[in-house]
Design a protein around this ligand. Structure first.
Ligand SMILES: *Cc1c(COP(=O)(O)O)cnc(C)c1O
Length: 372
């Protein structure tokens, strides 16, 4: 089955009780036990399993060519659960341009808890190999990364992990399974903030982990999901699944718009540098063209005139909205360094652009007037 068909059908079926084509939302927190003590439908209690959550997990698992998935109440708690499934004394290799909240979580919570962490520039696979230790248990990559849109070679990095006897996890939030399928390239787990493109409408917070196999690590993750209960509500699962229906077509439009915006910015005199792997002069272009089908809807732009000018440009937009996040229909602009605070590694003159589904001429016009 092709991915557009999976996006519409995987994990769903016509409701046998009513014939409803669109699934109902099962708000019930508990499910009836039979006189013999059994649970013939497999549902007992909503923290352990809920029909809407099962549908979402089956669908995303199918999109990523995985075997199983576990949905969570945010992208952050999904990744946090992977760390919780490790043991004190384990070593983790993470990218230097890691999503800011996850970096903070590693540094402030999991290092005191006993994980050893190395942050490396994963665009250079030699750096990743050099960082391997005797106790390396996990390599986490994010590609393209947030916010510097760096590209990591998934196949080579997964080989390094497996040579070390470690699991390789790829955060696929920015690319989505439409553009890139890390499990097919060697990753053991994929993690998503479903908050972004998968739900796709700026109205859900959620996360999901997809496993290539029912590994020991994934079974621990499943146990933590069920026992801890950091799960999305049935309504959020329903909304996310509804969003996924149109994901392949939304991604194409995000990518088409983004490439045109990147080309416009790349030729603009007020711009120092555009970070977008779709540009042939981008550092990630070669690797991205081998592992992504299109180059995504996210870019960052470093403008001339430093922080003040970056803030001034963000202040002038009319169609772009000054807001964090990405993946919805709205184009968003964000000065990352001032959001991330004093510990940031993000350049001061960097604006992150999430290219939405508006007409690209309107978006380019808006940026042109803001850059003037
Ligand atoms: C947004 C995001 C997260 C965190 O997801 P939340 O749902 O906001 O917790 C993690 N990783 C990446 C790459 C993200 O973009």
């Amino acid at each position: 089955m092709k991915i557009e068909t999976k996006a519409v059908h995987a994990g769903r079926s016509v409701d046998s009780a009513t014939g409803a084509v669109t699934p109902p939302i099962y708000l019930s927190s508990t499910f009836e036990r039979q006189p013999d003590g059994g649970y013939p439908t497999g549902f007992e209690y909503s923290r352990d399993g809920n029909p809407n959550r099962n549908s979402l997990e089956q669908c995303v698992s199918a999109l990523e060519d995985g075997q199983e998935a576990a949905a969570f109440s945010s992208g952050s708690v999904a990744t946090m659960t992977i760390f919780q499934a490790l043991s004190p004394g384990d070593h983790v290799i993470a990218p230097d341009d890691l999503y800011f909240g996850i970096r903070q979580l590693l540094r402030d919570t999991f290092v005191p808890w006993g994980l050893e962490v190395s942050f490396v520039d994963m665009t250079d696979v030699f750096q990743t190999r050099k960082a391997v230790r005797r106790n390396t248990r996990l390599i986490l990559a994010e590609t393209p990364s947030n916010p510097q849109i760096k590209v990591t070679d998934i196949r080579k990095t997964s080989e390094i992990a497996h040579d070390a006897g470690a699991d390789f996890v790829c955060d696929n939030t920015m690319a989505t399974p439409i553009l890139q399928r890390p499990l097919d390239l060697g990753a053991d787990l994929v993690v998503h903030a479903t908050t972004k493109y998968l739900s796709g409408h700026d109205d859900v917070t959620g996360g999901i982990i997809v496993a290539k196999q029912r590994s020991e690590l994934f079974q621990k993750i499943r146990t933590l999901q069920k026992i801890g209960g950091a799960i999305p509500s049935p309504f959020e699962c329903w909304l996310t699944l509804r969003g996924i229906t149109t994901l392949p077509y939304r991604m194409r439009a995000h990518c088409d718009n983004a490439l045109k915006v990147a080309e416009f910015l790349n030729n603009h005199p007020a711009v120092e540098k555009v970070l977008y792997p779709g540009l042939s002069n981008d550092a990630g272009h070669y690797t991205a063209s081998h592992q992504m089908s299109l180059f995504g809807g996210m870019m960052s732009v470093q403008v001339n005139g430093g922080r003040d000018n970056a803030m001034a440009i963000a202040a002038k937009v009319r169609i772009f909205t000054r807001a964090t996040s990405f993946g919805g229909p709205h184009s968003l602009i964000e000065h990352r360094a001032s959001i991330e605070g004093p510990a940031t590694k993000t350049p001061d003159n960097l604006l992150r652009l999430a290219i939405g589904l508006e007409n690209v001429d309107d978006l380019i016009g808006d940026l042109a007037q803001a850059l003037k």
